[in-house]
Design a protein around this ligand. Structure first.
Ligand code: IPE
Ligand code: IPE
Ligand code: MG
Length: 238
């Protein structure tokens, strides 16, 4: 681990972008890029474990990614299943607890089952919590949160006069996790692409031109080091 790292974020979120461009540069199919991306995930999980980061949220498949060609979607879903199947022993060995956020019921049945198996098998782990965002959309999450809140009001569980930021947060997919401290996006795009819209209000942003399959543990450490130099003010004065 880099000795220059002084402040470790409690929660890191990553928009793992650039797999397609990585493959194109090499004359490979986009799917090869996604396969290479899965390897980068391994490095990152390892790096977060070394740093003792508590939560790592990875944007693996957006609600909008369903618009991609069927062949790519099928390959991504297969890759997800393969990743979970192959990596579960490693997650157990590294004390990683797997969680997932998003409209998980949109995923193919076999992927859902695999996901829930790994979630159950790793539920007792006390190290890093790895959260996969799958069929995830920030706006959809807010809509689902509003519906859940309205239901609670209708059932008389809460009084609408009591609704505030903290209470609404408890109706989001992320209710069990703190907001991300650091958001990393690879491949240089300067946008959120519908990721954690509510939760990133005061998250520090770090955008690197590196394509996701090229993102190494050292790159992660560089991002965390930069995070340590940021001044977080939350709208107040120092
Ligand atoms: C990110 O890489 C992975 C997913 C969105 C599933 P892309 O597939 O978006 O790669 P680019 O942006 O086309 O290079
Ligand atoms: C964001 O990347 C989604 C994931 C990394 C899973 P996209 O490639 O889908 O985002 P846009 O289309 O460039 O905004
Ligand atoms: Mg992309």
């Amino acid at each position: 681990m880099s000795a220059r790292i002084k402040t470790v974020p409690r929660h890191i979120a990553i928009i793992m972008d650039g797999n397609g461009r990585w493959a194109k540069l090499r004359g490979f199919s986009r799917i090869k890029g996604h396969e290479a991306g899965a390897q980068a995930v391994r490095e990152c999980v390892e790096g977060c474990g070394e740093l003792k980061v508590e939560y790592l949220t990875l944007y693996a498949f957006s609600a909008e990614n369903w618009q991609r060609p069927k062949t790519e979607i099928i390959a991504l879903m297969r890759l997800l299943e393969k990743f979970l199947k192959e990596k579960t022993p490693e997650l157990l060995e590294k004390n990683v607890r797997l969680q997932a956020i998003g409209r998980l019921t949109d995923l193919p049945q076999s992927a859902q089952e695999r996901l829930h198996t790994t979630i159950e098998q790793t539920a007792g782990n006390t190290g890093l919590t790895l959260i996969l965002a799958l069929s995830y959309g920030g706006r959809l999450e807010i809509i689902d949160g509003i519906k859940s809140l309205l239901r609670a009001i209708e059932l008389g569980h809460i009084d609408k006069a009591m609704v505030d930021v903290e209470m609404f947060s408890k109706h989001l997919y992320t209710r069990y996790y703190p907001d991300p401290d650091l958001l990393i996006r690879t491949s240089g795009e300067m946008r959120l692409s519908n990721f954690l819209l509510w939760q990133t209000s005061y998250t520090e942003l770090y955008i690197t031109p590196k394509l996701w399959p090229d993102f190494t543990k050292e790159d992660l450490f560089a991002a965390v080091e930069e995070f340590g130099r940021r001044q977080r003010r939350y709208g107040a004065v120092e």
